[in-house]
Design a protein around this ligand. Structure first.
Ligand SMILES: Cc1cc2nc3c(=O)[nH]c(=O)nc-3n(C[C@H](O)[C@H](O)[C@H](O)COP(=O)(O)OP(=O)(O)OC[C@H]3O[C@@H](n4cnc5c(N)ncnc54)[C@H](O)[C@@H]3O)c2cc1C
Length: 317
């Protein structure tokens, strides 16, 4: 078998972070190889999480908004224009113990002087079949992204942790009424968050209930609730549902290799995209559980590209 070509940089992941890193490294003549992921019906696909959504209204430069998939097609075309190369596959194994670094797609090995990890994260979902049909059509996982679309409406937030209560409180800026649906009879959220929610006249809490169906064909028009105590079912007519039961970074590939926090997010040095392994950089949602926005992911993708380019300079002169 031929020896693999030694790449200057391999980028793993092709959401806003990876594709911005690809634009910058391509324009720095590094001819990046982007392992962009495989087609799928989840956020784990080429283009990343924005492939799941409809209108993106907060990405600067698009005063009328832009559809998520169109935005990502533009990112990719821009990277390709400057010489980025794409592999529509998933990286299945990595070895960063020596340089050049090694990355496998099943049995095929790729090697590179530097690596940019931008494998993103995914929102945990309820596991209902209709979620895929209705995401971006009244079903959301991001209050910051989509709250604005629900002005004057009655919406539901599913969850009971800090982020659910925070999202519910934020959504009262737009919605007339926010029903928090929680499967237990108390929240896991901190006392201060709970007090904030309980004192908000727009928030009601529906305890001991799970969402067993999201109703609506082309857009959400309600949820079916099942009581966890007596098993009874009821319908709550809402026009929006926010799932706020947590996020998972896509970091299984790097377990035991790259430093992670207790929830699996990659740890980068403050103010940079450097990981614990020299020459391996991380950007976007895979290392950010705080902001989780396309623009911040793109911003850190730019940082990763510049960090990589400067580090490569120190290696090769
Ligand atoms: C429904 C929805 C709506 C949203 N709306 C907005 C919005 O309006 N505005 C906004 O700013 N943000 C929005 N967001 C958040 C935004 O999409 C994310 O913050 C952003 O996409 C993160 O970018 P990323 O590049 O870090 O990762 P992601 O977008 O998660 O992309 C990760 C990439 O890594 C790839 N990958 C994963 N594992 C592998 C592997 N082993 N090998 C190769 N590739 C791999 C995936 O295929 C994917 O291409 C929304 C998110 C969702 C889910």
């Amino acid at each position: 078998m031929n020896a693999p070509q030694n790449e200057r940089v391999i980028i793993i992941g092709s959401g806003p972070a990876g594709l911005t890193a690809a634009i910058y490294t391509a324009r720095a003549n590094l001819s990046p190889l982007v392992i962009e992921g495989e087609p799928s019906s989840t956020s784990d696909q080429p283009g990343g999480q924005l492939m799941l959504t409809t209108e993106v209204e907060n990405f600067p430069g698009f005063p009328e908004g832009i559809m998520g998939p169109e935005l990502m097609t533009n990112f990719r075309a821009q990277a390709e224009r400057f010489g980025a190369r794409f592999l529509t596959e998933k990286a299945t194994r990595v070895d960063f113990s020596a340089r050049p670094f090694r990355v496998w797609v099943r049995d095929t090995e790729y090697i590179a002087d530097s690596i940019i990890v931008s494998t993103g994260a995914r929102s945990l979902m309820l596991g209902l079949p209709e979620e895929q049909r209705l995401i971006g059509h009244g079903l959301s996982t991001c209050a910051t992204c989509d709250g604005f679309f629900f002005r004057g409406q009655h919406i539901a937030v599913v969850g009971g942790g800090d982020s659910a209560i925070e999202e519910a409180t934020f959504l009262t800026k737009f919605a007339d009424k926010v029903s928090i649906i929680h499967r237990r009879d108390e929240f896991r959220a901190s006392k201060i968050m709970q007090d904030r929610a309980f004192s908000n006249p727009k928030i009601e809490v529906i305890w001991n209930s799970t969402v067993t169906a999201v109703l609506g064909e082309s857009k959400v028009d309600g949820v079916e609730l099942t009581n966890t105590v007596d098993g009874s079912t009821s319908t709550l007519p809402v026009t929006g549902v926010f799932i706020a039961i947590g996020h998972r970074p896509n970091t299984d590939l790097f377990a035991g290799i790259l430093d992670m926090d207790e929830t699996g997010y990659l740890v980068t040095e403050a103010g940079s995209t450097r990981t614990n392994i020299e020459g391996v950089f991380a950007c976007g949602d895979v290392q950010d559980h705080t902001y989780r926005q396309a623009i911040t992911a793109a911003g850190s993708g730019c940082m990763a590209a510049i960090d990589t380019e400067r580090w490569l300079e120190t290696q090769h002169g």
